[in-house]
Design a protein around this ligand. Structure first.
Ligand SMILES: [Zn+2]
Length: 496
């Protein structure tokens, strides 16, 4: 069942309070021309540095999509002005870096349009029906804004855009012309997509009193959308059980319409979604699996994270050898959680691994590139591995290695522990206690703590491209792997 989002605005009001502090920056955004896919942005910034010039930047990537992008190519009519409305001549250092002569203590007004016509989850988008605002694509920043506090974000109203959902932002006030939000820091703002338009919602569910919502554009209405939230409740309950904690005040799936992909955030995920395109049970399970993956990231990558993934440098590739943990193990747990809740049969669960092996074991790259190296090189290889077959994707090999770890830890700990203990320990130790990411050695120490030193040979399957002896570990739990040859390709079969 779907309903209109009456009352969403009042939900956003809950738990907010007015800030008396000075804002480090005021951002304003409005839709300029829906037919031309244009936003207009204005920024007011007071130069609080001791310099008479300020470097402004636009991010070159957005967290969750580990590729250098050319967001600055969307900028039109960029203008920097002083208080007297005089145009300030800037120096363009590179495509996303401007040095602007602003005297210390003076205000600079920045105005520009952004052309956003690509319907893709890692980029903002506007048309006649909705506006998806992904702040990393759109808003210039500087070092003072990045490390300062109190970001004010004003969204201009338009009669054809009745609803707004600002994930992660606090709505301070609204009147006939604007919605006024605040974010504590720039990282919080950049992690908070906003959706404008005629929005719908699916029924909210609560776990330990915490609301889980699905809000979006064009959600559709079918037997599948009606079941979706009760199935997601089962899955998310199991995920929370792994960590024994709910780290957010509210979680929302933000449905941005039909399109490609999803991006995780601390308390939300932006998901390409159209309920009416779910035609059968297989489509439906694929959607549940996709939503589970994005949800699981709130634990695994937004909170449990490789040490290199934060604080972010938005100007360059933030390379790590451990994306296989953030992405590959999120795929492992998306499969595991669907199995644990009975949505996947055991056969369907095991087939997910055989299907992944079919992909990477048939690529020459499986003997060339390690999991660690595929993590490191994703910035140049592309999000799913190098298409020239000299690489692999951590989305494929990562969950299979996750399964081997789970088998080995369960067996060598005599059934006392599993990979879940490793995930929970990473969460407790590095997110909750130390408030930082973990190193490769720290991951290894925690994994061997639960799985004993007998699991050490498994690390060769992370750090080298050595042929994997799957059955050595699968057999420990009674699983068997074999393959048949079809047209020269290996087709894998994983059975119990
Ligand atoms: Zn992912």
């Amino acid at each position: 069942m779907r309903k209109k989002i009456f009352g969403l605005i009042s939900i956003v009001f809950l738990g907010t309070h007015l800030h008396a502090q000075v804002n480090v920056v005021d951002y304003t955004i409005g839709v300029k021309d829906t037919a031309k896919h244009l936003f207009h942005i204005e920024i007011d910034y007071v130069n609080t540095t001791q310099e008479d010039s300020v470097s402004f930047y636009l991010p070159k990537w957005t967290p969750g999509y580990y590729q250098i992008m050319d967001f600055a190519a969307s900028i039109r009519n960029l203008k920097f002005e002083n208080n007297a409305k005089e145009t300030l001549e800037y120096i363009l250092v590179d495509s996303s870096h401007w040095i602007v002569p602003v005297k210390k203590g003076e205000t600079v007004h920045i105005g520009y349009d952004m052309l956003e016509n690509k319907n893709f989850v890692a980029e903002s988008y506007v048309d006649g029906n909705r506006a998806y605002i992904l702040p990393t694509n759109l808003f210039l920043y500087n070092k003072q804004i990045q490390f300062g506090k109190n970001i004010r974000v004003r969204v201009l109203k338009d009669p054809s855009w009745p609803n707004i959902y600002g994930t992660g932002l606090s709505l301070q006030k609204t009147d006939a012309s604007t919605w006024d939000f605040t974010a504590n820091t720039l990282d919080d703002f950049y992690d908070s997509p906003i959706l404008l338009g005629k929005l719908d919602s699916l029924p909210t569910f609560y776990i330990h009193g915490i609301a889980h919502q699905f809000v979006g554009y064009d959600l559709g209405n079918s037997q599948y959308t009606q079941r979706l939230m009760s199935d997601m409740k089962k899955i998310i309950t199991q995920a929370i059980d792994i960590f024994q904690d709910i780290p957010y005040q509210k979680y929302v799936f933000l449905g941005i319409g039909e399109g490609r992909g999803g991006i995780e955030h601390l308390n939300s995920s932006s998901v390409s979604f159209s309920g009416n395109s779910i035609k059968n049970e297989n489509d439906y399970k694929r959607v549940l699996s996709f939503l589970t993956h994005e949800y699981f990231h709130n634990f695994n990558v937004k909170r449990i994270r490789p040490i290199e993934l934060g604080p972010f440098d938005y100007q360059t590739a933030n390379r790590t050898r451990q994306l296989w943990i953030s992405e590959g193990l999120s795929v492992y747990y998306e499969n595991w959680l669907l199995y644990k809740t009975g949505i996947y049969s055991q056969e369907e669960f095991l087939n997910t691994f055989a299907d992944a092996m079919d992909i990477y074991e048939n690529k020459p790259g499986h003997l060339i590139q390690s999991l660690a190296s595929s993590s490191w090189n994703t910035w140049s290889d592309g999000p799913f591995g190098n298409l020239s077959d000299t690489a692999i994707s951590y989305y494929d090999k990562g969950p299979v290695v996750g399964l081997l770890f789970d088998c080995a830890i369960k067996y060598y700990s005599k059934g006392k522990f599993s990979l879940e203990n490793v995930m929970r320990a990473l969460y407790d130790q590095y997110y909750k206690k130390l408030g930082r990411g973990f190193t490769e050695d720290e991951f290894k120490n925690i994994a061997t703590h639960y799985g004993t030193k007998k699991i050490l040979p498994l690390f060769e399957y992370i750090n080298t491209a050595k042929e994997v002896d799957y059955n050595k570990y699968l057999n420990l739990l009674g699983l068997k792997l074999n393959y048949t040859l079809q047209n020269g390709k290996k087709i894998f079969h994983l059975t119990n």
